[in-house]
Design a binder for this molecule. Structure first.
Ligand SMILES: Nc1nc2c(c(=O)[nH]1)N[C@H]1C(S)=C(S)[C@@H](COP(=O)(O)O)O[C@H]1N2
Ligand SMILES: [Mo]
Length: 227
């Protein structure tokens, strides 16, 4: 299947809008879900992971917000690296920019197809920092001590990024302004909002939710919800 076919397979007409407690999102219809379920991704997995349903746009899931002002933003890239560095928001914009269209899967069972993010690939940040061979994990660090842990190999996948735009616009505060992580192929709790640091680590360090009963890995296709 071509890339274009793959991208279009999740789109379709006939969306049933359902008010859920007044929340500002819609539940896509069963046909769209069946179509997503029947679509096979380039990696051989179903486009809709088990026990997920579709909604139309990201639902703000809360969390303890950081400082949204780009002028105050600093991203520390550190840990098991030869060349640690700190980026301002301007520095981040000066790095090669990537536009990513990806599907997002929340552990509370909603999925959004074709979410769009703009930012910098983690791979590009890792190359610049010259990650040591001893590194095995990436710890995403965010405001107010929120962290999430991702295996290095998975963090360096080409669809993992540090994003400052969503749907072509600056990130909203509720979605992690000014910068968040996006790790599309793990449950969305791994995608730290209000990002402040990327730490390469030799050891695994269960993050905020991982230490509170969520699965340490969080693969949506393996239903890795709880530890
Ligand atoms: N800093 C921070 N990042 C966070 C969280 C949080 O509480 N704090 N919540 C996580 C969870 S549980 C989810 S589901 C997603 C939700 O992202 P959204 O609010 O943009 O949908 O952000 C993740 N990133
Ligand atoms: Mo979540």
């Amino acid at each position: 299947m071509s890339r274009r076919t793959f991208l279009q397979a999740g789109l379709g007409a006939g969306v049933l809008v359902v008010g859920l407690g007044g929340a500002n999102y819609a539940l896509a219809d069963l046909e769209a879900m069946n179509r997503a379920r029947a679509t096979i991704r380039p990696d051989g997995r179903s486009r809709l992971p088990p026990h997920q349903y579709l909604i139309r746009k990201l639902k703000p899931m809360g969390g303890s917000a950081g400082d949204a002002a780009p002028g105050n933003f600093r991203l520390k890239v550190h840990g098991e690296v030869e060349a640690p560095f700190t980026l301002s928001f301007k520095d981040l914009l000066a790095m090669p920019q990537t536009e990513l269209t990806c599907d997002v899967h929340c552990v509370t069972r909603w999925t959004v197809l074709d979410a769009q993010f703009t930012g910098v690939r983690l791979l590009d940040l890792a190359e610049r920092a010259r990650v040591k061979k001893t590194a095995r994990y990436v710890i995403f660090e965010a405001a107010n001590e929120y962290t999430s842990n991702v295996r290095l190999r998975e963090a360096l996948a080409p669809n993992v990024m540090v994003a400052h735009k969503h749907q072509g616009k600056s990130l909203a505060l509720s979605h992690g302004a000014p910068v968040r992580a996006v790790i599309p192929d793990l449950y969305f709790w791994k995608s730290a909002k209000w990002l402040t640091g990327i730490r390469f680590s030799a050891r695994d360090e269960p993050g905020y939710w991982e230490a509170r009963g969520y699965h340490n890995h969080g693969d949506p296709w393996k239903d890795e919800r709880h530890g």
